[in-house]
Design a protein around this ligand. Structure first.
Ligand SMILES: [Zn+2]
Length: 61
């Protein structure tokens, strides 16, 4: 008998779209980008384009 672990949390992982602040499911994100070794996820290609054009503008620090 196999014990399948119920991964309750894996489906609930979310990320914040740094451009518009929307909550994005990384698995279903319309676009993603990596900046300084961190992955960012976006609700749309439009937000991804805005971010990649000027990442520092959206990453406070
Ligand atoms: Zn967005």
């Amino acid at each position: 008998m196999f014990h399948r672990s119920r991964s309750a949390n894996t489906d609930k992982v979310t990320a914040a779209d740094p451009v518009c602040g929307m909550t994005v499911n990384p698995a279903k994100a319309a676009a993603s980008a990596e900046y300084n070794g961190t992955a960012y996820y976006f609700c749309s290609a439009h937000c991804a384009a805005a971010f990649t054009a000027d990442p520092a503008k959206y990453i406070g620090s």
